[in-house]
Design a protein around this ligand. Structure first.
Ligand code: TXA
Ligand code: MG
Length: 351
């Protein structure tokens, strides 16, 4: 398939309405368009069209039992596709448009294939102006998973998208780097008026707790046991897995460097905080260093994480190390992505 790559930037958005109308037409006639959002790039198709959903699963190489998020232009549009509730509108008031996805009971208007046969559907109203304009022009809800090949980190730049999706979709809209860089926070609304957090993101449990009671699903921080039932199908997949094994270190930088020296220093890489670079280079000159961002700058770390994993993945390391993040605030989202990429391998220093 021939993929048109279209760059949007360096001007007013209305100047690109011609290209965005073409993209909207592709979606309406059942084709696929990759578009930027503030979290990660999405691989979009018409959520009401079963054939579009099938094409999305196939382009990603994703099992079709893992449902898609539908992207809408405004919170009220959810009425056409879901059964909403007062709590949904409270969340909408505080966090929409933005990086929050809400699971609601679905209406038949959403293709069964889009929601992988479930009675619920995930809804998000993105804030990125290109995404919003594309949804408006399409006039249909856009089903979109992250635009990576299944098993790769989510794409946060057009370069990542092109490497994964060229030849697999009709059009790629290059809208520059994703501003946040980790996928949206996902919550499920419970019948008793509380929320269950299924995937952490920019909207933190602390922020959600200001609206109502929040329970964090075990799978956010823990490894699933064999045969355990999951609340969100995506939780059972390893995800974001670099080809070289990744291990997370739960200790200080000096303890990590001592451990590595004992364990073997050949063909290794370290993903760590900017401030650690000098000490790492001095102590382990043969190791490759990938700066994640400032130690206290969680936003920068979120923005860089998937690019770091992809860069390190381009090489063949015997072992990649990274520090175990804290679980506070946005840290929980970094923790959740990193423990999955590391297949839950956490090393503690010997005391
Ligand atoms: O930021 C994001 O959310 C990006 C952008 C493109 O919007 N999208 C994204 O989609 O990350 P995806 O498909 O890569 O991740 C969606 C997750 C999956 O783990 C899926 O299992 C879960 O949401 N999910 C979707 N519908 C669900 C439902 N009805 N019930 C439970 N989990 C659901
Ligand atoms: Mg994904």
């Amino acid at each position: 398939m021939k993929t048109e790559v279209f760059k949007i930037g360096g001007g007013e958005l209305f100047a690109f309405d011609g290209a965005l109308s073409r993209a909207a037409k592709i979606i309406k006639r059942g084709g696929l368009v990759v578009f930027p959002t503030e979290t990660v790039y999405g691989l979009g198709g018409d959520a009401t069209n079963p054939e579009s959903a099938r094409k999305i699963y196939s382009a990603k190489g994703r099992p079709s039992d893992n449902p898609l998020i539908i992207h809408l232009a405004k919170p009220e549009d959810a009425e056409n596709y879901t059964h909403t509730s007062p709590l949904y509108y409270k969340l909408a008031e505080s966090f929409m448009p933005g990086p929050l996805t809400v699971i609601l009971p679905a209406k038949d208007t959403v293709a069964l294939e889009t929601r992988a046969g479930l009675s619920t559907v995930a809804v998000r109203i993105p804030e990125n102006p290109i995404a919003r304009r594309l949804i408006e022009l399409s006039g249909v809800p856009i089903a979109a998973p992250s635009a990576n090949l299944s098993g790769s980190p989510s794409p946060t730049s057009a370069k990542h998208v092109i490497s994964d999706m060229l030849g697999r979709v009709d059009m790629i809209i290059d809208g520059g780097d994703s501003s946040f860089g980790l996928e949206s926070t996902i919550v499920k609304l419970e019948d008793d008026g509380t929320l269950t957090l299924l995937r952490p993101g920019k909207i933190t449990p602390e922020e959600l707790s200001l609206i109502c009671n929040v329970k964090i699903a075990d799978a956010v921080t823990e490894q699933l046991k064999e045969g355990e039932r999951v609340l969100s199908p995506g939780m059972k997949y390893r995800h974001y897995a670099p080809h070289s094994p990744l291990a997370l270190f739960d200790g200080t930088l000096s303890e990590m460097l001592d451990f590595i020296k004992r364990d073997g220093v050949e063909d290794i890489a370290i993903i760590s905080y900017l401030e650690d670079g000098e000490k790492i280079k001095k102590s382990l000159p043969s190791a490759d260093f990938y700066p994640l961002g400032g130690r206290d700058n969680l936003e920068e770390q979120a923005h860089r994480l998937f690019a770091c994993l992809r860069e390190a993945d381009g090489k063949d390391y015997k072992q990649i190390y990274a520090p175990l993040p804290s679980t506070e605030g946005v840290g929980l989202a970094l923790y959740n992505r990193l423990i999955r990429a590391a297949a839950h391998r956490i090393i503690k220093p010997e005391k």
